[in-house]
Design a protein around this ligand. Structure first.
Ligand code: ADP
Ligand code: MG
Length: 271
């Protein structure tokens, strides 16, 4: 087990990246051919940021998401999660730190079809070997926040796309991660439902969660404080929409209590 507590203190000051990519390359091998899906990526994600990685189809966004989420190892370069080089961590420590720190949301929702809504949300807590009663309580609370209290025992086939993505959001929050990492979270939703999901993510951001979305959808940049433009596996440019100091100020005044009105999360107690 790797000790993360002493390192955590350092980024409480706001100057310590939660995720750091240094000269990261991802090269896919296809038979004899090599294909560089990401090249020379330098990127630091700080606590409390809302970052959008924007690029056209095939530009390397999902590859980037897998690396930022430490789900995949780079071909070259260094990835640090919470100040630790992930290549130096054993698989189980990495899984544990990642499982506590990062919640994932996918375009295809990636829910387990054989589990009901409640069980899907409890799953990350089961992996963390959290007490079953606590896990159930927490999952019920989160499903209330996303407006699905009446769907706890529904199977996924009984839910609409928007409802499934809300289950996925509740699941991503189960372990109270610092970071929510989403790959085209609105890609399979109509624009109204997509708007709801984005507002929800925006609310989480206001409470101090770090949000990273990879997308081809220009509309999402409106929510971002930093937009990373990627093309052909390269960072083309980075737009800062707000100064980092403003972001850091925001992090520390986020003790808000939950208010849900008509499925709209006005504010929330997710901490
Ligand atoms: P995006 O999410 O922006 O559409 P991806 O990260 O999925 O882009 O893919 C970037 C490039 O890498 C694409 O050209 C894709 O075909 C290629 N690619 C992705 N995954 C693999 C793989 N496992 N093997 C070979 N090529 C891949
Ligand atoms: Mg993709």
């Amino acid at each position: 087990m790797t000790d993360v507590s002493s390192r955590s203190l350092r980024y409480e000051n706001g100057d310590y990246p939660l995720i750091k990519l240094e000269d990261v390359w991802k090269i896919y091998q296809m038979g004899e051919e090599e294909f560089a899906a990401l090249k020379n990526i330098d990127l630091k994600i700080y606590k409390g940021e809302f970052v959008v990685v924007l690029g056209p189809s095939g530009s390397g966004k999902s590859t980037m998401m897998n690396l930022l989420g430490c789900l995949d190892m780079p071909s070259k370069g260094v990835i640090e999660l919470n100040g630790m080089d992930i290549s130096k961590m054993d698989e189980s420590s990495l899984a544990e730190v990642r499982g506590k720190m990062i919640g994932f949301i996918f375009q295809q929702f990636n829910l387990i079809p054989t589990l009901n809504t409640l069980e899907n949300v409890m799953l990350p807590l089961d992996f963390q070997e959290v007490d079953a009663d606590f896990a159930k309580k927490r999952a019920i609370e989160l499903l209330k926040i996303v407006g699905l209290s009446d769907k706890l025992y529904h199977s996924q086939s009984q839910l609409s796309g928007g409802q499934r993505q809300r289950v996925a959001i509740a699941r991503s929050l189960a372990v109270d991660p610092d970071v929510i990492l989403a790959d085209e979270p609105t890609g399979n939703l109509d624009s109204k439902t997509g708007g709801y999901i984005l507002e929800f993510l925006d609310n989480l951001h206001r409470q101090g969660k770090t949000i990273i979305i990879v997308t081809h959808d220009m509309e999402l940049v409106n929510y971002a404080e930093r937009v990373i433009h990627i093309k052909d596996g390269l960072i083309e440019k980075i737009d800062n929409r707000k100064k980092l100091s403003d972001i850091n100020e925001k992090i520390f005044d986020s003790n808000i209590n939950v208010v849900i009105v008509n499925h709209r999360c006005i504010s929330s107690n997710i901490r």
